[in-house]
Write a protein that binds this ligand. Structure first.
Ligand code: 5GP
Ligand code: ZN
Length: 114
């Protein structure tokens, strides 16, 4: 938990958001400003700033993120094909400094970016 982090606050129920899926290590919310017909954020429950900060002990959590993406693609309508994007650092567009993967899907997903 990082006290000034929007995703930690959502996990801690200090900011409202609907968690659409979760397991022991990751949770999923709808992006508040969707850039695609389906735009979800897959977020580790542990506060890690970005992929440059993960450690070997985070291996299972990182794998869980990918399996959660697979689960979303299998359960959400029109999500069999999808993009998974992580911005790592403000210079490339990261605005929330808590690791997260954008899950983007729906029609014409080749044109989606975040
Ligand atoms: P980034 O720009 O760091 O790659 O992605 C952060 C994402 O978090 C953005 O797409 C933004 O719309 C989303 N976001 C920021 N604040 C909130 C919030 O309070 N609730 C939800 N559901 N999404 C948020
Ligand atoms: Zn956080």
């Amino acid at each position: 938990m990082s006290s000034n982090c929007v995703f930690c606050k959502i996990l801690n129920q200090e900011i409202p958001a609907t968690i659409i899926a979760q397991n022991d290590t990751v949770f999923v919310i709808k992006d508040i400003h969707p850039q695609a017909p389906l735009h979800y954020l897959i977020i580790p429950k542990k506060h890690v700033a970005d992929l440059t900060h993960i450690q070997p002990k985070d291996r299972d959590c990182v794998a869980d993120i990918l399996f959660m993406a697979q689960q979303l693609s299998q359960t959400l309508p029109n999500a069999r094909q999808f993009k998974l994007i992580a911005n790592n650092g403000p210079a490339v567009g990261q605005s929330v400094l808590h690791l997260h993967f954008h899950f983007l899907s729906g029609i014409k997903s080749n044109s989606f970016s975040v």
